[in-house]
Design a protein around this ligand. Structure first.
Ligand SMILES: C[C@@]1(CC(=O)O)c2cc3[nH]c(cc4nc(cc5[nH]c(cc(n2)[C@H]1CCC(=O)O)[C@@](C)(CC(=O)O)[C@@H]5CCC(=O)O)C(CC(=O)O)=C4CCC(=O)O)c(CCC(=O)O)c3CC(=O)O
Ligand SMILES: NC(=O)C1=CN([C@@H]2O[C@H](COP(=O)(O)OP(=O)(O)OC[C@H]3O[C@@H](n4cnc5c(N)ncnc54)[C@H](O)[C@@H]3O)[C@@H](O)[C@H]2O)C=CC1
Length: 224
């Protein structure tokens, strides 16, 4: 399985099953997509979790044969099969495959068809995200590693914002591609910039400028 990042904004994600797993997947996609959950009963999280407030809930218990018409009604790009009924989950999988839609089977592991996707454990800090999968072998390990990595990428979001701005400025400058690359690399590797980010962006920008100038002096007329 190959990890890819997918933009779901303004798309619809259709979830079958409103239990604890359906709630978790709905919450994940609701950050970006329009999410619709079809289920005869809903986990209490749909009432209490703010991130689930915008999710549409439809109280229904479709039979497997009725799944295609529900899918056609909402025109989703991704369908999640999260019920506790294997026959229903299989029907959801089939309906999605027939239509060339992405399918997330929550009751199965491992690589399958190209349309079949797994939801990774994700760590986020601003525009930075780290996704972890064990190829379906051990979701509990994905969760554990996510908790470990959360502490590791502290301030990475601010570093991405800072170096994103610097890249844009450097592109406007008359520096060579090699010099621009060396400048940005020197900033992301600088422990003093990371330290300054922890206390505030203005200080970090100044420190980044100092580090880049020092790097440029080092390489000016040099071998790179
Ligand atoms: C294949 C996959 C398909 C998919 O759902 O996309 C899948 C499948 C299954 N999960 C099962 C069980 C558990 N899942 C979790 C937790 C998470 N599961 C997630 C993803 C995935 N789960 C995909 C693979 C990801 C990978 O490659 O690693 C995470 C990472 C993302 C998310 O769901 O948001 C989220 C952690 C999020 C976080 O904390 O950050 C826990 C842990 C817990 O609850 O504490 C348990 C119990 C412990 C255990 O079994 O490990 C079962 C057996 C059900 C049963 O026994 O009935 C199946 C079905 C099967 O294995 O056949
Ligand atoms: N991928 C993952 O991370 C995990 C997957 N699982 C698997 O996910 C499935 C669901 O687990 P839970 O959410 O814990 O179960 P649950 O019992 O809490 O939820 C199942 C939901 O499906 C609904 N449902 C039943 N028939 C339906 C139908 N015909 N149409 C629509 N909805 C229907 C039920 O009302 C209930 O809300 C199980 O098959 C389990 O094996 C379990 C744990 C983690």
């Amino acid at each position: 399985m190959i990890p890819l990042y997918h933009d779901f904004s303004e798309e619809t994600v259709l979830v079958f099953g409103g239990g604890s797993v359906g709630a978790r997947k709905a919450r994940r996609f609701a950050r970006e997509a329009q999410v619709v959950v079809i289920s005869p009963a809903f986990d209490e999280r749909f009432e209490t979790d703010e991130e689930l407030a915008a999710v549409d809930r439809i109280r229904a218990a479709p039979e497997p044969a009725e799944v295609p018409e529900w899918v056609d009604r909402f025109e989703p790009v991704l369908v999640v099969a999260a019920t506790d009924d294997p026959d229903l989950n299989r029907a959801v999988d089939e309906a999605a495959s027939e239509r060339g839609l992405l399918i997330n089977r929550t009751d199965q592991s491992g690589g399958r068809d190209v349309d079949s996707v797994v939801v990774p454990a994700t760590v986020r800090d601003g525009p930075v995200s780290v996704a972890i999968s064990t190829g379906g072998k051990s979701p509990a390990l994905s969760r554990y590693l996510r908790q470990q990595i959360e502490a590791e990428i502290e301030d990475a979001g601010a570093m991405a914002e800072l170096t994103g701005e610097l890249r844009a400025e450097l592109k406007e400058s008359d520096l060579s591609v090699a010099d621009r690359r060396a400048a940005v690399r020197s900033v992301v590797r600088s422990s003093s910039v990371w330290k300054a980010l922890h206390t505030g962006t203005a200080k970090a920008t100044k420190e980044a400028e100092r580090v880049m100038a020092a790097e440029h002096d080092d390489t000016d007329g040099g071998s790179r």
